[in-house]
Design a protein around this ligand. Sequence first.
Ligand code: TTP
Ligand code: MG
Length: 378
Amino acid sequence: MHVDMDAFFAAIEQRDHAEYRNKPVIVGGLSNRGVVSTASYEARQFGVFSAMSMAEARKRCPDGIFVSTNHHHYSDVSRQIFNIFADFAPSIEPLSLDEAFMDVSGMEKLVQDWREYALKLKKRVENEIGLVASVGIAPNKFLAKLASDLEKPNGLVIIQKENAKNLIKDLPIRSLWGVGKKTAVQLQALGFYTVGQIATAELGFLVQHFGNLAYRLLELANGRDDREVETDRLTQSIGNEITFDQDLLNRTQVEKELLALAEKVGWRLRTEGYAARTITIKIRFASFATITRSQTLLEATNFDEDIYRTAVKLYKKCAITEKIRLLGITGNQLSLNEQFNLFEEDAKKKSLYGTLDQLKGRFGEKIITKAKLLNSKD
Ligand code: TTP
Ligand code: MG
């Protein structure tokens, strides 16, 4: 079973603000150079979609309601949803804040009617959280994810093994898991446009062009997928990025922005109960060329200054010749934050951050920050 919430961020805003309901709501970074996180289905009719520039979204939907992303709040709602999911399957693999695979195989004796079972889950999410989930049930992960998407919003699709091949044969090749833009272009150059066309291709021919990927392509195109639901996969990463109103020129500016990002990521890691073993920075240049650099630490951390120090180190190692348009920091290789205080230094830091986080929790994320990050307008 695959569950995916409809227009997740926008739906939460519509739930919380009655005056937004049935209206085009666009959630994202509101500056001119911001990006759309998601759009309500009303806004999608104006051609507004995730990852579109906010400037373009404003052009397409001038009367829309534009709301700044409140990631913290959405994570809280996400946790509530996952609590409900947990009542419906023994093992759950979260894919993002609003989406999960649930392994219901082996429950055939308990569940007579899968449609009813999915409806029960949808009803609980609606009654208890006030949001709508789309559900897909199928013999495997690939088909279940596809199914939850087929009748969105408010979808519920069950794919039977016998019908799978027929159901997917006319879908575009991009529907296959793992087929990104590049592979799609390659496939099209060889005359493959639909899933069905790949399903009947020769394995040898595909191997010639796609190497290792060939076998998986053929399997998926035939509706087969033997991936397990991976329950112990935690949230994979926590990160923030910022696109600047004006491209950054000098090192002092960059370091200041990295500090602000480190503070954000540290706070999110700590409040969500994680520590990150690997720190990754992302730099997008004025030309849109984008690089990422990572470093794995000896020990996982969620302290702002460790994140900052690593980020600056990574930044200094990059040969930078262009202005910078976007910076991001992500913590990867997350573990649950249960580390012991081996060193006095750590205990001190922990108590400092405990105090900071209490303040932030009570008065909002902006209540306290590093002196370095203050400027006259604050
Ligand atoms: P999705 O499930 O892809 O999108 P959605 O829930 O908004 O809409 P639907 O599933 O009905 O098509 O992503 C879940 C949330 O993740 C989304 O509400 C906002 C966030 N998100 C981004 O911030 N940027 C993105 O590019 C995408 C795709 C999603
Ligand atoms: Mg969704």
